[in-house]
Structures are given as C-alpha cells and as structure tokens.
Design a protein around this ligand. Structure first.
Ligand code: MSP
Length: 533
C-alpha cells in the first residue's frame, strides 16, 4: 500500500516557470488521488543544485554557488507551498546527507567493476548538462532544445560502464508499461538499439560538485549525483512532521531505502530527460544492486507560440503571476483538462479563460449555486427530502456511477483529460436534468413540492459527487463546493492514508436530507484577463 512518485529535481539556475509547475501539478494530482484511494504516498520533489550551469549562473549573479542555491531552492519550496503542492519530501542535492549517499552508491558501482577511466570528447550543452551524440554537421552546432551553442570538450574522466547493461536495458524498456506513454517507448528503443556507450560520471576542474572519493580533482557529473537525490529523499523525514525527526541522526545507510519506499512506482518527467531516467538510471541501479522503478512517464512540453517554454529561451509564464491573477484552480484545470498528458500543449490565454469560465464558473459553479439557492428557498434552507432520488436507477445516479468509473479508470492510467471530462460530463448531465425538470415552474403548481424536492436533491447530490471527484485535481474548488453542501473537505494532509473515506463517499445518495445549507457563495470566480499574462 505504499506509493512513491517523483518530479524531476529542478535545476536552480533560475526561478520556477510554468513548465516545472506543470510537472509538479500533475504529480500533485496523482499523489492526492493515490492518497484518497488509501495508499501511503511518498511524493518527492526538490532541486538539483550542482554542475557547471549552476556554477556559471551563480558567478554571473556575483554570489557563491551555495548562496545562490539557497536562494533559488527556497523560492521553489515557497512556490510549491503557495500552490498547495502536497509533497512529502523536498530534497536538495547540496544536502550533506545526499553527498554521503552518493559516495556510498559510487562505492558499490566501483565494487561492481563498473567504473573505468576514459577520454571524453564531444559537444556539450551546458543547459542540458549533456553530451550530444549527433550535433548537426554545422560549423557551430547548437542545442536543438535550448538554441544555445554547444561547447567542445576533451577530458579525461571516470566512465560508468553502461555498455555492460545493454541486454538488461533492452529487456527493461520492452516491458509493457515501463515507459509511458507507450508512444515514447520507440524513441528510447531506437537509442538503445544503436548500442549503449559508457558515459562519463566525473568532471575535472569543476569545483561545484561532489568530490569523487579516491580521485582527486574529480567531481561527480551532475546527473549521476542528481538521480540519486530520489534515494536520499526517502531517507529524509516527512515534510509534514519536520521538527520531529527520529531518522535524521541515524547513520545513513543506502539499503534503508528499501524499507522506506524504494522502488518508486513512478517517475514523472518531461520528454527531454527520458533517456536519463529510462536508460542511465536503471543501469546505475542495477550496478548498485538496487531494484528498478516501475514506470517512467515522459510528458510533453508546454509551448508558447510553438516554442518550448523554457528559462533559457525566455518565453516563460511566471507561476507566481498566474497564481496571483488567476488562482490555482483555474491553472490546474486548464493544464490537466486541456492537454492530453504525455503530449505537447500550447498555452493560449483565450482558451484558458474560456475553459475556466465555461467549465468551472458556469457548468460546475452555477449548477451548485442555483440549485442550492432553490433548495434553501423552498425547503427551509436545507437539503430537500430525497424521495425516489436515492434509487440507483435514477438518471443522475446512473450518470454519476458512469462518471466515477470513467474517472477512476482514467486516473489509474494517468489520463487527466478524460478524468476531467468525466467530471464535466456529470455536471453537464445534471444541468440538463435541472433544465428539463424546471423546478422553478413546477413549484408554482400545487402538489409538486415532493417531486421538486426530489429533483433538487438529485442535482445537489450530483454536485456533491462532482466536488468529491474534483478533490485530487482541484482541491481548493472541491473544498469550497463541499462547504456549500455542508460537507467536510478531504484532508490534503501529506500523511493521510489507510481506509479511505473518499472511496466511500463516491457512492450515490451520501448527502443527508435535512442538512442545513449555508448561504450560497459563488465557488468559482470568472476570469477576466484583459492584459496578456
Ligand atoms: N535537473 C534536471 C533533472 C534531474 S532529475 C534527477 C532537469 N532540471 S530542469 O529544471 O531543467 O527541469 C526539467 C523538467 O522541467 C522537464 O523534464 C519537465 O518536467 C519540466 N519542464 C521544463 N520546461 C518545460 C516545458 N516547457 N514544458 C513542460 N515541462 C517542462 O532537467
């Protein structure tokens, strides 16, 4: 019943932008969903703080690398709190415990005979922190992702003998479900089919890194160091009970990760770093005798005007501004409901506000608001008697049952779009039902009160289910809706697990008749974006 999932550990070369926020929001939805289903979730995020890129950025800012990292990673931590991200861990790769873990891991890899000296020549992208295998024939090759010149490198380094794992990696990446979505599998298969080459895991003359024991002048290659952050994170205490940390003082022991949530069920990353997670990382784990993660999900890029949104390209949307101007629910909805998870998505402001206003403010928000107002007016400010509406063959009971099963199936497959559509469909059906039953006219006719009560009950109950299903995707809107229905919100607690009240609350008929309904308040503000974001 334990479920470990991770975001990438973000570089601290700059503040977070909407791209990293997207990955983190998606993981938050998964983490919340798994907790609501009763799993004990460890949701890991954090920052990747070593390497040349960071060193250069700090120099340019006139700061020591450590001071720079402290500043930017504090910004990430604060940002995720503001977005109500429910991470259980926040790992920084400059944490001294992490450095010790990297040393232990390296010792194992060395003992397996997988570390050799070699010469690395090639074109390097500092922004990717990666050698590029086939830069275009151009005289001044540039990185296709960052549009920045590649740098020629010729170094004596330590190499990890990736080539020894050719066969095991081939088998691994063929395993159904290891690489998701399935469309990304082929790309990795092609890369592996070319023959895996050893890769360098140390750098010389790069002081901003973890020193390699026994190899003076070498520091670890930032990716070798960073991937291990997922393991160190498991040995930290939970974010929800910092201050009370029995494990912090214990000797750090790599094998303890096996008792604390390793192997991970899921690494969520952007497609740019799939190779590191689906090829290099598993081989490193095999070398150290540790089990492999179950799944690597490579999602697409957010683009703006068709170009990858990125810090290096300077076309980013600022998540602080978005949160301030639009609120977390709106952004979560747009990103999860409109972009098929796994594919690229272009951020379009008009579409963003249209979807938020149509789906959340009108279809979902107004439905609750007007139904609750009618119920309060005609039924003593309370949920009306249900009459026949609690029956499982009521049309809205049927629609709700369908929405629940579609939603759960989609969430289990990490398909946020159909999950969101299932919720929306239920709200649309309930709106249709309300319009068809027209309680405002029926109420004017004598003897119709019972029927009107039953109709309003059914629509309120459908709204309750909409709110319950929204809990993992839009936790704040869900809480506001539940409040309007006199219900407690679902705890966003990072430690919640066990017998799930959420699953139980998915059954039709859970809204108690006679419950007092609070004064209706709009649950979702409309977005009026005059200025570009
Ligand atoms: N530090 C490495 C990851 C190490 S993991 C052990 C790194 N960091 S990063 O800051 O560059 O973050 C890359 C990730 O941020 C992508 O894989 C993706 O998850 C997210 N995104 C960055 N730009 C993005 C978009 N434009 N669109 C969607 N996601 C983007 O790589």
């Amino acid at each position: 019943m334990s479920y470990t999932l991770t975001t990438p550990l973000y570089y601290v070369n700059d503040r977070a932008h909407l791209g990293s926020t997207y990955t983190t929001l998606a993981c938050d939805a998964i983490a919340r969903y798994q907790r609501l289903c009763g799993q004990q979730v460890t949701f890991i995020t954090g920052c990747d703080e070593h390497g040349q890129k960071i060193q250069r950025t700090a120099e340019a800012a006139g700061l020591s690398p450590q001071a720079h990292c402290d500043q930017v990673s504090a910004g990430y931590r604060h940002l995720w709190q503001r977005w109500q991200i429910s991470n259980n861990r926040f790992i920084r790769t400059t944490d001294p415990r992490h450095c010790r873990l990297v040393e232990q891991f390296f010792a194992r890899v060395e003992a397996s005979g997988d570390v050799v000296e070699g010469r690395q020549q090639g074109w390097y992208c500092v922004a990717c922190e990666e050698f590029k295998d086939d830069p275009h024939e151009a005289q001044d090759p540039e990185c296709p992702i960052h549009r920045k010149p590649l740098e020629w490198r010729d170094e004596l380094n330590l190499f990890f003998r990736l080539s020894r794992y050719q066969h095991q990696i081939e088998e691994l990446i063929r395993r159904p479900g290891f690489i998701a979505p399935a469309s990304r599998q082929k790309e990795v298969e092609n890369f592996v089919a070319q023959g895996l080459r050893d890769f360098s895991i140390s750098r010389i003359d790069l002081p901003w890194g973890i020193p390699v024991p026994g190899h003076p002048g070498h520091t670890f290659y930032v990716w070798f160091d960073a991937l291990l952050g997922y393991l160190t994170a498991l040995l930290q205490s939970d974010e929800s009970n910092s201050g009370n940390n029995p494990n912090q003082d214990q000797a750090l022991e790599l094998d303890q990760v096996l008792l604390r949530g390793w192997p991970a069920q899921l690494h969520v990353i952007g497609k740019d770093i799939l190779r590191f997670h689906a090829v290099y990382w598993p081989a490193m784990l095999l070398s150290a005798g540790l089990p492999l993660p179950e799944r690597v999900f490579g999602h697409g890029f957010l683009t703006r005007e068709g170009q990858k949104m990125g810090k290096s390209l300077g076309n980013v949307l600022d998540p602080e501004v978005l949160l301030e101007r639009c609120g977390g629910d709106a952004v979560r909805w747009y990103l999860l409901r409109d972009i098929p998870f796994g594919e690229d998505g272009d951020f379009q402001q008009q579409r963003f506000s249209d979807l938020v206003n149509n789906d959340l403010a009108n279809t979902i928000g107004n439905l609750l608001n007007r139904t609750s107002s009618m119920a309060r007016k005609w039924f003593a400010e309370a949920v009306p008697p249900a009459g026949a509406a609690t029956g499982s063959n009521h049309p809205l009971a049927q629609a709700a049952g369908q929405a629940v099963s579609q939603f759960r199936g989609a969430m289990d497959r990490l398909e946020f779009r159909p999950a969101a559509e299932a919720i929306l469909q239920l709200a649309t059906t309930a709106n249709g039902y309300l319009n068809e039953r027209a309680p405002w006219s029926a109420m004017k006719q004598p003897g119709q009160e019972q029927q009107v009560g039953s109709d309003l009950y059914a629509v309120l109950e459908a709204s309750r289910l909409v709110a319950v299903l929204l809990a993992p995707l839009l936790p704040e809107l869900s809480a506001r809706m539940l409040h309007q229905l006199g219900q407690a919100p679902f705890a966003s607690s990072t430690s919640m697990h066990g017998e799930s009240s959420w699953t139980a609350s998915l059954a039709w008929g859970g809204l108690p008749a006679g419950l007092t309904l609070p004064q209706p308040q709009p649950v979702m503000q409309r977005l009026e974006l005059d200025e570009p974001l």
